[in-house]
Write a protein that binds this ligand. Structure first.
Ligand code: ADP
Ligand code: GLC
Length: 483
């Protein structure tokens, strides 16, 4: 059955990206449309997205915000076979950042994203595109399942539309002052602790979990974890109460972009049957970062937001031990100011530790290709994409066994030589240090094991086609339940 899918997100690569949500918002709609569905993606038209490259759609859409109608423009483009629409409203999106600037969240994020969520519905009407499914992602579009199950229930246009809400990261829930409830424009009785009130304020994720026909998250393990106090960020009991409609679907990889055989950013392409290029990529990386050119020393990469989630404090706590191992480190990231300063200081002190503070997709690719090992010691990780990219590049992940990291990485067994990476469980300095040391020693003294793991890792596939099929099944279930 061919479905009309309205896919709404606050970011999508390459137009606007701060993290993995952007990768998913590109690859999943692509896979769904390749599977024959009619998909339209909706994004805000941020300042950085140049209008000159987009098609302007004449006309405008009116969005009611607490009794005031705001008029938005529409832009469109065709990208890798997907139709992408942009909501243009200068006052909200004509800014330097997506959600924040200089470390401070925009104070009107409630208004900005409730507006965007509502605009997507107006756009669907404007285009006369009746969606079977509205797929919303994270708190930015969490008002959509709430609206579909309240005010829009009476709307003929949307009366058969089912909603899917995907949690990519439960840490960010869209918690605002009670005043923000007004922007939803729904009856006041919905503001209660069972639906979307939390500690007197509005919690959009809580409301979405309550109202969505189906809730998903990005790995099976994370679907279980968010029902516990350790990972639930205060919503664990609420999520548990709705677990009958909660499903975990692992993200895939867009192998059109993350593939050492075709990667445009790396100096020499390679693949599992000829790894010569990987050596050249390592030399190139050592060159770029002015590291000693040695083939026998393991190079450990890190790419990610410098956020507590990513285990940056854990790394910091073990750094003195780590830099004294016979290993090299290349870190790419930006985020918490203390971490940017801390890793820069370490980089000035130790010649085997290098950091690039900033955002660079090209460097991210070069690090995936040129490193031997990839460090991802997250405190929590809903799915995580970089460890899966690493597998394809033959760069063995060192991870903490949480969420998607646990679901994708099998710990090395030195006796059977099975596994595709190195895992630890405790979020402690000793655990991370010992595991990195274990990986470094394995790299040096167990060549046979490392080679076997690299080959296995590079042959694994996390295809979006497979995940898209799982979403498809849930879309049909949502439609059935909706009836
Ligand atoms: P999260 O979404 O929690 O940030 P993921 O592992 O799902 O984590 O996705 C992160 C994505 O963002 C990856 O594609 C990664 O390469 C990219 N990324 C993160 N930080 C940077 C950076 N500083 N430069 C380039 N790419 C980055
Ligand atoms: C989030 C998570 C990350 C996940 C990504 C895409 O930002 O932190 O683990 O891979 O979303 O789903």
């Amino acid at each position: 059955m061919k479905l009309n899918i309205l896919f709404c997100a606050s970011e999508m690569a390459p137009f606007a990206k701060t993290g993995g949500l952007a990768d998913v918002a590109k690859a999943l709609p692509k896979a769904l449309s390749r599977a024959g569905h009619n998909v339209k993606v909706v994004l805000p038209r941020y300042y950085k997205i140049d209008k000159a490259n987009l098609e302007h759609i004449p006309g405008s859409i009116g969005i009611d915000m607490a009794g005031e109608t705001l008029w938005a423009g529409i832009y469109k483009t065709q990208f890798e076979g997907i139709e992408v629409y942009f909501i243009d409203y200068e006052l909200f999106f004509g800014r330097g950042g997506l959600y924040d600037e200089g470390g401070y969240a925009y104070r009107d994020n409630d208004k900005r994203f409730i507006f965007f969520s509502k605009a997507a519905f107006e756009l669907a009407k404007f285009l006369d595109f009746k969606p079977d499914i509205v797929h919303s992602n994270d708190w930015h579009t969490a008002s959509q399942p709430i609206l579909l199950n309240t005010s829009l229930k009476q709307d003929d246009f949307f009366k058969n539309t089912a909603s899917i809400y995907t949690i990519h990261n439960l840490q960010h829930q869209g918690v605002f002052d009670k005043k923000a409830f007004e922007y939803l424009g729904i009856s006041p009785e919905h503001f209660n602790p069972f639906e979307m009130e939390a500690l007197g304020g509005l919690n959009l994720t809580k409301g979405a979990v309550y109202h969505a026909d189906i809730v998903t998250t990005v790995s099976k393990k994370y679907a279980k974890e968010i029902q516990t106090p350790e990972f639930g960020f205060g919503l664990n009991e609420h999520i548990k109460a709705h677990s009958y409609k909660l499903f975990g679907i692992l993200n895939g990889v867009d192998y059109d972009e993350w593939n050492p055989k075709t990667d445009k950013f790396i100096v020499k392409n390679y693949d599992v049957d000829d790894l010569e290029g990987k050596k050249v990529c390592k030399e190139d990386l050592q060159n770029i970062f002015r590291l000693e050119k040695r083939g026998d020393i393991p190079l450990i990469g890190f790419v990610g937001r410098f956020a507590e989630q990513k285990g940056i404090s854990l790394i910091a706590s073990a750094i003195e031990g780590l830099v004294h191992l016979d290993a090299q480190y290349v870190f790419l990231g930006t985020g918490e100011k203390w971490a940017e300063g801390f890793f820069s200081d370490i980089s000035g002190k130790y010649p085997n530790f290098k950091v690039y503070v900033g955002y660079s997709n090209e460097l991210a690719h070069k690090i995936e290709a040129g490193s031997d090992l990839f460090l991802m010691p997250s405190l929590f990780e809903p799915c995580g994409l970089n460890q899966i990219y690493s597998l394809r590049y033959g760069t063995l992940p060192i991870v903490r066994a949480v969420g998607g990291l646990d679901d994708t990485i099998k710990n090395y067994n030195p006796t059977t030589k099975e596994g595709n990476g190195f895992k630890f469980w405790d979020a402690t300095r000793d655990a991370i240090y010992n595991t990195v040391k274990w990986a470094v020693d394995t790299f040096k003294f167990d060549k046979e094991g490392i080679e076997k793991m690299i080959k296995k890792a590079m042959r694994e596939r996390f295809s979006w086609e497979k995940s898209a099929k799982e979403y498809e099944k849930l879309y049909l279930k949502a439609l059935e339940w909706k009836k």
